[in-house]
Design a protein around this ligand. Structure first.
Ligand SMILES: *Cc1c(COP(=O)(O)O)cnc(C)c1O
Length: 374
C-alpha cells in the first residue's frame, strides 16, 4: 500500500464506480459487455461493408434524433478528435477571419491554431479571466464565431446563442458539453465534439452536427484556390459520412460505444434524460461545496457553473492534490485539478454516465478524508 493510502475510506462512503475524470471518462460497463458480445461479428470487419456502415448509420440517425436536428442538417464524422477538428475548421470552415471566445485551455488552443494559419487573417480573440466567459462582439469582418459550450479546463459553461445582425457561421466546441447541456440547433451551424466525454466512449473520433449553411461554406471554400490536405478537407469527410463511412479507417470500438450511449439516452427520454442526470449531479456537488467549511465552487457566477465538469476550490489549509492522491489510492480517480490552471482545487466530471448517487458518495469520501486530518 502506498503512503497516501494511510487513510482508508470506509466502503459505505465510497462511490460504486470511482471514475470522475473529464476525459477519457467513465465508460458504462453495459456498453463494454455489449461490445464484447459483438467481438467476433463486428470488431475486425470491414468499415466499407454493411455490418459497420449500419452502426455508423445508427450513430448519425441517433444524433439527429437526440438533438432534434432540423431538416437538412447532417451528422459528419472523421478521425482525430476535436483537436483535429480545429485544423479542419481552419482549412474548411473559416473563409477569412474568425472570432474566438477564449476562456481556458481548449478555447485558446483553437484560437492559436487559427492564428498560425498563413491563409487566414489574424483572428479576433476575446479573452476573459479563468472562471468566467467572454461575450461575443458582432463585427462585420468576422465570417465564423468560435464558441465553446463547456470549457473543460475551468468548469465554465456558456449558453449558445446565435448573434443577431450577422450571416457569419457559429461553430461550437461541444466536446464536453454535447448531451450534457441543452442546446437549440437553430443557434449553431457546426456543433462538434469527441465522444470520450458525455458519450462515454473512446477518443480518436470527431463528430460534427452541421447546418446547410455550414455545408455550403465547405463547398464554397473547396471550389476556391485554397490548398486543403485531404485529412483536413471537410468536403471529403462530408461525402464519406453521407455514405455512412469515414475517409480512412476509424476505431470500430469507439463508434460502437458511442452508439450504445446514444441509444441509451434515446431509450430513456433523449436529451432531457441525459442533461437531467448532469443537473442532478451538479446540484449535489455545488450544494455540498456551498455548505462546506473548506470547499467553494471556483466559478462565482452560478449561471456559468458547469453542470458537466465541476471545479471546487479548497481552503489553503487543505492540499487538494493530497486529497486527490488519497482518493486515488482508494480507487476514486482523476479528480486532480487541470494542471495548467494551477489552483488548489479538484475537478469532477459529472457526465451523464456518472451516477448522481456516486457524486454524493464522492463528497462523503472527501469529507471523510479531510476530517481524518490525513
Ligand atoms: C477534451 C476537449 C477537447 C479535446 O478533445 P480531443 O478529443 O482530445 O481532441 C477539445 N475541446 C474541449 C472543450 C474538450 O473538453
Amino acid at each position: 500500500m502506498t503512503e497516501s493510502a494511510t487513510v482508508q475510506i470506509p466502503r459505505e462512503l465510497l462511490p460504486r464506480d470511482g471514475r470522475f475524470g473529464s476525459g477519457p471518462s467513465k465508460v458504462r460497463p453495459e456498453a463494454v459487455t455489449a461490445l464484447q458480445n459483438v467481438g467476433t461479428t463486428y470488431l475486425g470487419t470491414s468499415h466499407r461493408q454493411s455490418t459497420v456502415k449500419d452502426v455508423v448509420g445508427r450513430l448519425r440517425d441517433g444524433l439527429k434524433e437526440l438533438f432534434s436536428l432540423p431538416e437538412g442538417y447532417e451528422v459528419v464524422l472523421g478521425n482525430g478528435g476535436a483537436t483535429q477538428f480545429w485544423d479542419i475548421a481552419t482549412f474548411s470552415l473559416i473563409k477569412e477571419r474568425s472570432q474566438h471566445l477564449s476562456f481556458g485551455e481548449f478555447s485558446s488552443k483553437f484560437a492559436s491554431a487559427v492564428a498560425s494559419a498563413p491563409h487566414l487573417l489574424e483572428p479576433d480573440v476575446i479573452k476573459s479571466e479563468p472562471g468566467t466567459h467572454p461575450v461575443l462582439r458582432v463585427d462585420a469582418s468576422i465570417d465564423l464565431y468560435a464558441l465553446t459550450h463547456n470549457e473543460t479546463s475551468t468548469g465554465v459553461m456558456m449558453k449558445i446563442e446565435r448573434p443577431q445582425g450577422t450571416e457569419a457561421l457559429v461553430a461550437v466546441d461541444a466536446t464536453s458539453g454535447a448531451a450534457g447541456l441543452l442546446v437549440d440547433p437553430y443557434n449553431f451551424d457546426c456543433y462538434y465534439f469527441s465522444p470520450q466525454k458525455c458519450f462515454a466512449s473512446e477518443g480518436g473520433l470527431w463528430i460534427a452536427l452541421m447546418s446547410p449553411r455550414a455545408m455550403a461554406r465547405v463547398r464554397e471554400i473547396k471550389e476556391g484556390e485554397r490548398y486543403i490536405p485531404a485529412t483536413l478537407d471537410l468536403s471529403i469527410a462530408l461525402d464519406n459520412s453521407l455514405m455512412n463511412q469515414t475517409y480512412n479507417t476509424p476505431s470500430l470500438a469507439t463508434i460502437f460505444l458511442t452508439v450504445h450511449q446514444i441509444e441509451w439516452f434515446l431509450e430513456n427520454g433523449g436529451l432531457k434524460f441525459s442533461t437531467s442526470r448532469c443537473d442532478e449531479s451538479s446540484e449535489i456537488l455545488y450544494g455540498w461545496a456551498e455548505s462546506s467549511s473548506f470547499a467553494t465552487p471556483f466559478v462565482k457566477e452560478a449561471d456559468s457553473r458547469s453542470r458537466v465538469v465541476g471545479t471546487i476550490d479548497f481552503d489553503p489549509s487543505i492540499d487538494a492534490l493530497k486529497v486527490a492522491k488519497i482518493l486515488r489510492a482508494n480507487g476514486v480517480v482523476d479528480v486532480e485539478p487541470y494542471r495548467k490552471l494551477g489552483r488548489n482545487q479538484i475537478r469532477v466530471a459529472m457526465f451523464p454516465a456518472i451516477e448522481p448517487s456516486d457524486v454524493a458518495q464522492l463528497t462523503k469520501s472527501i469529507d471523510y478524508v479531510v476530517r481524518s486530518g490525513f
